[in-house]
Design a protein around this ligand. Structure first.
Ligand code: C2E
Ligand code: CA
Ligand code: CA
Ligand code: CA
Length: 275
């Protein structure tokens, strides 16, 4: 067959059509998902490297589509952000996670991912305050995780919003640290409580001099700024050994546990795992 430029162009046109249609379909189904109770939360333990104790959990949303089964957050969160549904989904996640955590042993913390779209929407702090009052969760046990993309827009307003969040007593973690723009400037401009080091740096930290140098540098930065560092995506014993040796505060990852339904962690949430 003749492969001219036009054929290639048509091919992309068709592919784009599929992508757009797929997005519309997802968006449609997302609109009903909350009301139909298709969302759930799984929880991943955050573990103190020195003591081995679980200090808290990160809540991660799951969507079970009626015909397509599990759809990954990396697929539907961007669609939800684009059409604004992330506001309702985000409110549901926060309320659900806080209500759950309010029933745990009162030392165990809960971390919730907050999309930039949520953070910048009017009334974000007021809704957060309402959820805390409604669930009676001690605000000091809640941490919101935000990525650097949230910090690009309107610096002055973002600082004001995060200051209001902190005034509630809620803590703030910088998520995926090292993958965004101008990470260092952001650490200075915003009052973060913790750094979550992206899993791409942890992967094979024991086998790559470059990764090792970056991880050491981030841990040094955290220690200098008095910001505890959580290492994400720890999968292998050798990675944990490296992090322990370099005095990383906490880890999350498949090595300790995959995210799971909260019932899987009853010993921790009830406080029974502490002697
Ligand atoms: P994230 O906030 O960086 O979350 C960490 C992701 O890494 C989670 O994927 C988690 O399951 C996965 N993970 C944890 N340990 C390991 C490990 O050892 N190895 C590997 N390969 N992966 C590990 P998940 O649950 O698919 O979430 C993906 C992203 O979707 C999250 O990245 C976050 O950006 C977003 N997301 C998830 N839940 C929510 C939510 O409730 N609200 C918002 N706005 N975003 C969410
Ligand atoms: Ca996160
Ligand atoms: Ca992360
Ligand atoms: Ca991420």
């Amino acid at each position: 067959a003749k492969r001219d430029g036009r054929g290639v162009y048509r091919f992309f046109e068709v592919q784009m059509g599929v992508a757009v249609r797929e997005k519309r379909l997802l968006e449609n189904d997302l609109r009903n998902a909350l009301a139909r109770g298709e969302f759930s939360l799984v929880y991943q333990p955050q573990v103190n490297v020195q003591s081995g104790e679980v200090t808290g959990f990160e809540a991660l949303v799951r969507w079970t589509h009626p015909t397509r089964g599990q759809i990954a957050p990396s697929t539907f969160i961007p669609v939800a952000e684009e059409c604004g549904l992330i506001l309702n989904i985000g409110d549901w996640v926060t309320r659900q996670a806080c209500a759950e955590a309010a029933g745990w042993a009162n030392t165990v913390t809960i971390a919730v991912n907050v999309s930039p779209v949520q953070l910048h929407a009017p009334g974000f702090v007021a809704r957060l305050r309402a959820v805390l009052q409604e669930t009676r969760l001690d605000p000091r046990r809640l941490e919101i995780e935000i990525t650097e993309t949230a910090l690009i827009r309107d610096l002055t307003r973002t600082i004001a919003t995060l200051d209001e969040v902190k005034a509630l007593g809620v803590r703030i973690a910088m998520d995926d640290f090292g993958t965004g723009y101008s990470s260092l400037a952001n650490l200075r401009a915003f009052a973060f409580d913790r750094i979550k080091m992206d899993q791409s740096f942890i992967r094979s930290v024991d086998r790559s001099d470059q990764s090792a140098a970056i991880v050491r540098a981030v841990l040094g930065l955290g220690s200098g700024l008095k910001l505890p560092v959580v290492a994400e995506g720890v999968e292998r014993e050798e990675e944990l050994e490296f992090l322990r040796h370099e005095a990383c505060a906490e880890i999350q990852g498949y090595l300790f546990s995959r995210p799971g339904p909260i019932g899987d962690f009853a010993a921790v949430t009830s406080g029974r795992s502490r002697s």
